[in-house]
Design a protein around this ligand. Sequence first.
Ligand SMILES: Nc1nc2c(ncn2[C@@H]2O[C@H](COP(=O)(O)OP(=O)(O)OP(=O)(O)O)[C@@H](O)[C@H]2O)c(=O)[nH]1
Ligand SMILES: [Mg+2]
Length: 467
Amino acid sequence: MPSIATIGRASTDGDPWPPPIPPDASEEERLARLEREREAQKVSDGIDRAISIEKEQRKKQNGVKLLLLGQAESGKSTVLKNFQLRFAPKTFQAEAELWRPIIHLNLVRSVNFILDLLSSERPSSPPPSTSLSSEPDNLRRIQFSLRPLKQVEDSLTKRISGSLFLPVVSGDELKEFPRYHPAKASEVSVRSGSGWMGFMKLRRPADSSPGRSAQDKTEDEQNRRILEACVDDIQALWRAKEVQYRLAEREISLVHQPGFFLEDVERISKQSYVPTSQDILRARVKTIGPEEHRIPMDTGVFPPGPEGKHWIIYDVGGSRSQRAKWAQFFDDSTSPFAFGPRHAFNQVLAEDATVNRLADSFKLWKMICSNKLLASVDLILFLNKTDILESNLDSGVQFRKYVPNYKERPNDAKHVSRYLLDVFTAMHNQSTPKKRKVHTHLTCAIVSSLLVQEVILVKTLAQTNIL
Ligand SMILES: Nc1nc2c(ncn2[C@@H]2O[C@H](COP(=O)(O)OP(=O)(O)OP(=O)(O)O)[C@@H](O)[C@H]2O)c(=O)[nH]1
Ligand SMILES: [Mg+2]
């Protein structure tokens, strides 16, 4: 006899359960039988509900598990920083100083990128407004005087990545970190999160522990002195018309590149500089993960939960060689956050220049939606980088040129966002194995305003029953 919970389903030996009502049963027997089945069904549904509530509660007691998924540079680690800023502000502030070398590395890579660009090729024609000016001579002097920044870049990369501490990086991963990429400047090829942070803690400049060598300290001071001495020339380089001309000629928008700090050079090169929260959110470190981060939920934002409750956030690397590592986190106790780079419709992948980033992002989304291991969890989709999308469209870039199906709709952020939300939702509905909710949000992860936190933490998580 099957248990009551299986009434109405197939029995274990393959025969249908309950068995059909015998054809010779009287009307009275038939009605009584139907009534018994209805009652049994009610009990069965009640048991299913209780099991699912218990499962939810068990999930919550262990902490809330979030999985950040999306292509490289889509903003996963930045949202993680937002969580840290919101829920563990003291730790976040205490670690601010660790971000200074990363921010300096972002800056010197931008400078070295421009220097490489200037020396890599001659422009197709000289910039019209500078041909009669004295700028070319001055630019040559600046190029010469900024040469020590190559050593600063090498030294910072070595300090941050700590070659001894780095896991073996595969050939494919190394290929993703070219020193000079035609459309990129600020990628930092180091381990993210706890990897580099743990290492930097050991070598902290203010730290007088025996782990920190005198050589590190000297090198750190020397790098900062060089940077401070270069401030005027870096500013002059960035303002030079020829530089702007060469960047425009190759359609390179450094301002929109991750880890862009050229406008902040004076402030961030001061000896007394300590990174602000905003600087940290803007800093770029590529994740070679996956990494588990535990953030205590102790800030009283939500009603107190069980003692020792944590956010457990899995931050993964989004570049192609990293994606095979995602599957180990796919299960129904983890809430996946997927990131769609809305701004990237006119960009290609850093790791494969033949692949449009928006097309890649659609493919990833379909893979997440159709995954059977995630079929029972609601999905949260962030269409991130609203600011870059707006600035791209405002500068006249035509969305329909890259997405012909967009046709004659208006070329503004509101309509493009609506269109993308519709496409992502339709793709989900076509590929999901089960009916479930998708919570979509337009976000700008570098803004840690209350609004963003409200959206991310309160509305979304509460709607998905995570909290
Ligand atoms: N302008 C702008 N920049 C953003 C936004 N969100 C993230 N960024 C920046 O984009 C860069 C990349 O973000 P990350 O969070 O490192 O990207 P990721 O998805 O973790 O990338 P991988 O670790 O390579 O997988 C960082 O420099 C961020 O500061 C946004 O909404 N607007
Ligand atoms: Mg990351």
